[in-house]
Design a protein around this ligand. Structure first.
Ligand code: EPU
Length: 448
């Protein structure tokens, strides 16, 4: 049964109430489930384009970005419906026609950068694609050069015209050897989705190894693709003539899970997170152990307990299996209340420290220099009104608000909604006094 609970006109979490307020000081305690990863589910939706017929993706998060991706696919000609499984989890069904319209316009791509991942599937299915260039965003400039040069290695002719990436492969794509300069998640996904229908063998070397890449490899294999090396830095793909639609469950969201882990650590809490393989978070959880926490890992859940004030630890972000850049705001939040000085180094995005000034408004002692931040921990923070600049920064600010002495108001909470379904409800279930509030008039408001 499908209902249209997720439509771009009325997405469930698009906030009329653009503020989250939390009361500190407070400890996170209890059990919280996580659902499927946004950064997997969005790409799995694009992967569905590779097979004519109806694919269903389950365990999807109910977030605005899913609705936006649904709209991208609808404009390409697919019929997309969001629904609820018998166990209450979200699902999306995508009915893909024999012939797709190969254009994704700027209006949607600028609102959902991840829609660039339709480039590979469109080129594979239609022999051509026109996808708007997404431009930069609040965490920095985000290039497409590896997507483009990889597809060119597979025989595509690619130009940039009037703000669009325009790709042609009239005779079809053919396999090639591709070395990525950097293990880009998006480039690996686009090239993988193009290669599964290309003629011959494609090798993607220095590929990204994130659990979300393994998830997409699994779905593609279920569709009939021939892929070796999922989860390693060398993917070998033997092209096939056609793929079949499938039903696939999205891998759990390690970043949401990691957010609760750091939240527990910095509030001296006791939190069990379910719906996630903790091995996807090994380095992050090890940091919490180094900070003095107790971590219990089970098959698809883990528990974090922090009895005393955390000790300062250094963190360096790197592609998986390194410490995830999307958890950097949580690592900084932990450092702001830890005993000692932490050095936090960001290696993936050039604008990831933009939110640091908001943390400083909460009384944090942070100095940044290039891609390093030096954080001198304080016993507690001071409640204030702050502003979310991106999804993860927003979540980090809310969690930091729990270590203050009063009401912390995080504006532009729509950013948080993009990555955290039911964030306020989850906070409440973990014992936090949290609420949505009306957004004060704000001329700077922009969605995206
Ligand atoms: N890059 C290039 N050229 C390319 C591709 C990437 O220079 O052709 C650079 C980017 O500019 C960036 C770095 O490489 O500096 C990493 O980019 P990557 O392609 O790995 O990231 P992405 O695919 O754009 C995804 C997630 C991000 C997450 C990163 C890294 C989605 C929709 N987004 O982005 O998630 O931070 O991988 O793990 O999957 C988030 O969820 O909040 C988020 C930002």
């Amino acid at each position: 049964m499908h209902s249209s609970v997720l439509t771009p006109d009325a997405p469930p979490t698009m906030a009329d109430v653009d503020v989250i307020e939390v009361e500190g000081p407070a400890r996170l305690t209890g059990t919280v489930p996580v659902v499927g990863a946004k950064n997997s589910a969005l790409k799995l939706m694009a992967a569905a384009l590779l097979a004519e017929g109806t694919s269903t993706i389950t365990n999807v998060p109910r977030i605005t970005d899913m609705a936006l991706m649904g709209e991208v696919l609808r404009r390409l000609g697919a019929d997309v419906g969001f629904g609820t499984e018998a166990d209450g989890s979200g699902s999306v069904t995508i009915d893909v026609p024999a012939v797709l319209a190969p254009e994704a316009d700027y209006d949607l791509v600028r609102r959902l950068r991840a829609s660039i991942c339709v480039l590979g599937p469109l080129l594979a299915r239609c022999g051509q694609a026109r996808v708007a260039h997404p431009g930069g965003d609040a965490i920095g400039s985000r290039g497409l050069d590896m997507h483009v040069s990889g597809l060119a290695r597979m025989g595509a002719e690619i130009t940039s015209e009037h703000g669009f990436v325009v790709a042609h492969a009239p005779a079809g794509l053919s396999g090639g050897e591709i070395w990525l300069d950097f293990p880009s998640v998006g480039a690996t996904e686009n090239l993988l989705m193009a290669a599964v229908l290309a003629r011959g063998t494609t090798v993607i070397d220095n590929a990204a190894r994130e659990p979300e890449i393994i998830d997409i490899c699994r779905m593609l294999a279920e569709m009939g693709a021939k892929i070796d090396g999922a989860g390693s830095s060398k993917l070998v793909i033997q092209g096939v003539d056609a793929l079949q639609p499938v039903r696939h469950a999205t891998v759990g969201d390690r970043i949401v899970a990691g957010t609760w882990a750091f939240g527990a650590a910095m509030t001296r809490g006791d939190v069990t997170v379910t719906g996630i393989d903790p091995h996807f978070l090994e380095i992050a959880l090890d940091k919490i152990v180094q900070a003095g926490g107790l971590v219990e890992m089970r098959e698809d859940s883990f528990r974090v307990v922090m009895a005393d004030r955390p000790r300062a630890v250094d963190v360096v972000t790197l592609p998986f299996p390194g410490f995830a850049t999307d958890l950097l705001p949580m690592a900084i939040a932990l450092a702001t209340v830890s005993d000692g000085v932490s050095m936090i180094t960001e290696n993936i995005f050039d604008g990831r420290f933009m939110f640091v000034q908001e943390m400083v408004r909460l009384g944090a002692d942070i100095k940044t220099d290039g891609h390093h931040a030096v954080v001198r921990g304080r016993p507690s923070l001071s409640s204030a009104e702050v502003r979310a600049t991106d999804i993860r920064a927003g979540a980090g600010l809310v969690i930091a608000g729990l270590c203050t002495d009063g009401t912390t108001t995080v504006r532009h909470a729509h950013h948080i909604d993009r990555g955290y379904p039911d964030f306020v409800a989850d906070l409440k279930s973990l014992g936090i006094e949290a609420r949505r509030a009306e957004a004060p008039a704000d001329p700077e408001y922009s969605f995206g």
